[in-house]
Design a protein around this ligand. Structure first.
Ligand SMILES: [Zn+2]
Length: 415
């Protein structure tokens, strides 16, 4: 299938050609690794440049360029599962400082389906998002949400969690769907073994993931970036071996998958460190599905560049706010008369205009606005956190930053 970039510019419905907005094209940098290029005459517009290493930790500052604009790393990507970041408009997501968001292939493939996405001009135009989009391959959801019918060399056969319909997902099809979506960063199809899987199972599963990754590379027809995924279960030596093997292949970036799936935090960080130890330094590292502010701060110190998680948006809908003073649950009765913003340190629209007492009132009344305002604050907080992380790395002081901020974000705040 041919590449489907957004066929028409974003946010330009009804405007004359001369007034239509254009994506920000990046320039080809000589400092980019050659292996980030797509075979043939197509050159990936994706670039990641390492700008600075922190002197005392493994944290790094980098710059990503895509066909839909540039952003710095370490970066947090809000999750727009079905082509919408729940409870917040795309322009507010952009205003919070996000240059990239994540969307889920599995969900979009099942509903609204590729015919609709294609007719509506690709994912960027459909959801009116001018920034970059990373899409997962759909594999994780097939294994976790659908009823899996068959896992074999060719791919997976599953039943939709929506209507029970039968579908097949192969590495080739995962790439085709993501190319139809017009994703800036695509992920390979992988198998994510359960956390208690034994070594033999993880070894076989990892080998399958590598074969699938190679098939994804071979099937790519677009200039979109493609990331591989390091697996290996909860076995450090397998993770090192898998990272080393994948590092030899021309992927644009390297993800670490199969973690934060129920294991302890200590084990998760140990497996992350093992995976990273064999990853190349000249490509971005994406820790999939993580996480909590304290997990992000610790992972940055190990050398992670990209994160995504539903936490800030999902927590917003359940009344949980992340602040520099720790977590706040707006539903607590102790906030009933509190005429202060949730976080005095936060410049988000919620904190600028509303009190904690009012947010509590909205939440206990079941008002839609509660989810909107809480989600807005959480997304601004995450982006502010990443801005401060990058500033600390730029100043060569990430270790001090971590020691000072980690205890603050990790605490649970009582009224
Ligand atoms: Zn705020």
């Amino acid at each position: 299938m041919a590449k489907v970039s957004p066929a028409r510019p974003i946010g330009s419905r009804g405007l004359p050609e001369s007034m239509r907005s254009q994506g920000v094209a990046c320039s080809v940098s000589e400092s980019c690794p050659k292996d980030a290029r797509v075979e043939g005459d197509q050159v990936s517009e994706f670039r990641w440049i390492l700008e600075r290493d922190d002197p005392e930790t493994a944290a790094r500052l980098g710059q990503v360029s895509t066909a839909h604009g540039s952003f710095e790393t370490p970066v947090f990507m809000p999750v727009g599962t079905v082509g919408s970041v729940k409870g917040i408009t795309p322009w507010e997501v952009a205003r919070s400082g996000s240059g990239i968001l994540l969307s889920n292939t599995y969900h979009l493939y099942l509903r609204p389906g590729m015919e609709v996405v294609r007719a509506l001009g690709g994912l960027h135009r459909m959801m009116s998002w001018k920034g970059a989009i990373l899409t997962d391959s759909g594999g994780y959801q097939v294994f976790s949400l659908s009823s899996l019918m068959k896992l074999e060399e060719q791919g997976v056969v599953f039943r939709s969690h929506i209507d029970g319909s039968k579908h097949e997902l192969t590495p080739e099809k995962a790439v085709e769907i993501q190319e139809t979506l017009g994703s800036d960063i695509m992920m390979v199809l992988d198998e994510c073994p359960k956390p208690d899987s034994d070594e033999e199972y993880c070894r076989r599963s990892m080998a399958l993931t590598t074969r699938w990754a190679k098939r994804c590379l071979a099937h790519r027809r677009s200039a979109n970036a493609l990331f591989c995924i390091v697996q290996g279960g909860m076995h450090a030596h397998l993770r090192r071996a898998h990272a080393e093997e994948l590092a030899g292949l021309p992927f644009d970036g390297m993800a670490i998958g199969g973690l934060s799936v129920g294991e302890s935090k200590e084990l998760m960080m140990e497996m992350l460190a093992a995976s990273i130890s064999k990853l190349p330094t000249n490509r971005p590292r994406y820790f999939m599905g993580v996480g909590r502010p304290e997990d992000i701060l610790k992972s940055v110190a190990l050398g992670v560049d990209m994160f995504d998680c539903v936490l800030p948006t999902r927590s917003g809908r359940t009344g949980l706010l992340f602040t520099w003073n720790g977590e706040i649950s707006v539903k607590q009765a102790g906030y009933r008369l509190k005429d202060e913003p949730p976080d005095r340190d936060c410049g988000c629209p919620t904190c600028r205009h509303f009190s904690l007492g009012y947010l509590r009132h909205l939440f206990v009344s079941g008002e839609m606005l509660a989810a909107v305002l809480n989600t807005t604050h959480n997304l601004y907080f995450y982006q502010d956190m990443m801005r401060r992380v990058r500033a600390a790395i730029a100043a060569g002081k990430y270790k001090d930053f971590l020691e000072e901020r980690l205890p603050m974000v990790a605490r649970k705040h009582a009224p």
